[in-house]
Design a protein around this ligand. Structure first.
Ligand SMILES: [Zn+2]
Length: 126
């Protein structure tokens, strides 16, 4: 990574993650589709095979989106007591949209942080 830092100045992992850009150059696209990754950066050629966020993004999304949605459901029920179909019509699409958006952001941020801190699977030394 030291030869990378001379050629590519460090980019902010949060900004590049939210924009879905390459963690090394900040220009190329990271995602192929909604959540899939491209094989490499089109701008700088960084191989994305190192990128493995695992279950990390899902945990953050479950906790954050779950808190927002359940809080909103409880607030609506306590203050207006609408019928159950209002909850379903309102919160089912909102949960799906918020989860997909937050999952893409969290995955981009975690991959950018993984690249920046050179994090990888633990290996036994020879
Ligand atoms: Zn790049």
């Amino acid at each position: 990574m030291s030869e990378d830092s001379a050629q590519f100045p460090p980019v902010d992992p949060v900004k590049t993650g939210i924009k879905g850009c390459c963690p090394r150059c900040g220009n190329g696209q990271l995602f192929d589709g909604v959540l899939g990754l491209k094989p490499r950066c089109a701008a700088c050629g960084l191989d994305y095979s190192f990128a493995d966020a695992g279950d990390g993004p899902a945990v953050f999304v479950i906790l954050i989106v779950g808190f927002i949605i359940i809080g909103s459901v409880l607030w609506l029920q306590v203050n207006y007591a609408p019928p159950i179909w209002v909850h379903i019509l309102l919160f089912a699409p909102l949960t799906i949209i918020l989860s997909l958006l937050a999952l893409r952001w969290a995955k981009g941020i975690l991959i950018a942080m993984q690249y920046r801190h050179n994090a990888r699977e633990g290996r036994l030394s020879d």
